[in-house]
Each structure stands twice: as C-alpha cells, then as structure tokens.
Write a protein that binds this ligand. Structure first.
Ligand SMILES: CC(C)(COP(=O)(O)OP(=O)(O)OC[C@H]1O[C@@H](n2cnc3c(N)ncnc32)[C@H](O)[C@@H]1OP(=O)(O)O)[C@@H](O)C(=O)NCCC(=O)NCCS
Length: 183
C-alpha cells in the first residue's frame, strides 16, 4: 500500500516553481502536446505565477514531493509524477482522490465537456494505459496542421512547387489576406 498522497496548492509551496521545473525537465518528447519544449526558467516562473489553471496541486508522499496535478477551466486534468516515484500508485491515487473531491464545471456547447478529460499525446502509450486503468476511454482525436510540415508534404506528394503565396519558395507575389490584392 503506497503512502497517502497529500495535495498542496502550488501557490502555498515556496519551492513550487523549482519542483515544477524539475518535473518539466524530466518529461519525454511524447508527453508534450501544447508546448514546443522546455521553456526557460524565467518563462516557467511567469507561467506558474499567472495562475493558468483552475486547480494546481503539488503531490506529496509524507514530506517528499512526488508530482503535480492540475485541472483547467475546460475540465482537462493533467498529471506528472517524478520518474523515481512512478509505478508506485501515486498517480492513480491522486486522480481518484481528485475526482472524488472536485466536480467538473458545467458543459458549454461546443466548448466544454461536462466530464473530466485527459489530453494524451498519441505516442504516450504508458499514459493511455494509466488512464484506461482508471476508467477513462478515448473520446476524440485531435489533429494538428503544421504549416511548415504541410509545405514539405505538399512538395513531396505533388512534385509541384509549393503553392503558398508569401511563403519561402512561393511562386506568386504575396497577397493581402483582407483585400486579396498584392501587398
Ligand atoms: C502516467 C503517469 C501519471 C502514471 O503515474 P504512476 O504513479 O506512475 O502510475 P500508477 O503507479 O498509479 O499506475 C496505475 C496503473 O496505470 C497503469 N500504468 C501506469 N503507468 C504505466 C505505463 N508506463 N505503462 C503501462 N501501464 C501503466 C498500470 O495499469 C498501473 O497499475 P499496476 O501498477 O497495478 O499495473 C506517470 O507515468 C507520469 O507522470 N508520466 C509522465 C507524464 C505524463 O505522461 N502524464 C500524463 C499526461 S497528462
């Protein structure tokens, strides 16, 4: 039986920015979704102090920090456990406790689901297994349009010059997006 996980709000822990940065530094490529990579420490501190989440907790086993859990205004839950503490049921305990103690916000048409959600990178198979073990099920796939990659893809699949005006390698003059005329 693992030690009970304690929840401490991030803004009540003096060392929270350092602990959260250590967690970020450990994260593998497949776990990044909305961020492009590790921010600078200054960027990170600005993010933490901006109170970006509805709830944000550091998780402790006794006095030992084991991870963090946050939830957004869109009812999305995120969770990171330090590598050295993974596989000891701290994550599952934390999610169960969080869900028992907090209700999701009411639905907003086309914007917010009425249930708790977890966003998981497609290659993050460990995390998928983790959330499945807690009763979560896949709901949607989010596809991203990365313009630079698209241009590569277009060149590769069509064999034609890349068609976007104003982009590197464009064959036309740039166009004003509002008037449609040349800029
Ligand atoms: C995913 C994560 C939160 C799991 O936390 P954890 O404390 O290690 O998980 P638990 O020990 O509570 O695991 C509970 C169950 O989940 C499943 N599970 C957890 N990690 C798993 C993995 N890497 N592969 C397969 N199954 C896994 C198992 O069924 C496990 O039960 P078992 O130990 O009885 O087999 C943790 O590995 C982590 O922080 N990963 C990096 C960040 C991340 O991916 N976060 C999720 C996106 S928000």
């Amino acid at each position: 039986m693992p030690q009970a996980v304690r929840f401490l709000p991030v803004d009540r822990v003096l060392t929270a920015p350092e602990l959260l940065y250590d967690l970020l530094r450990e994260r593998e490529r497949e776990t990044w979704i909305s961020t492009t990579g590790l921010p600078s420490y200054e960027e990170h501190v600005a993010f933490v102090t901006s109170k970006p989440y509805r709830y944000w907790y550091l998780l402790f086993a006794g006095e030992v920090p084991v991870g963090e859990l946050h939830a957004t205004e869109l009812n999305e839950i995120g969770l990171s456990i330090f590598k050295r503490h993974q596989g000891q049921h701290y994550g599952s305990q934390a999610i169960r406790h969080f869900i028992d103690m907090h209700a999701p916000l009411p639905p907003i048409t086309s914007k917010r689901n009425r249930h708790w959600l977890a966003n998981i990178g497609v290659e993050n198979t460990g995390s998928k297994a983790f959330f499945a073990s807690l009763g979560f099920r896949p709901l949607q796939e989010t596809w991203v349009f990365e313009k630079d990659n698209y241009n590569e893809h277009y060149r590769y699949t069509s064999g034609l010059p890349e068609p976007h005006r104003g982009q590197p390698g464009a064959t036309h003059a740039p166009v004003d997006p509002v008037s449609g005329g040349d800029v």
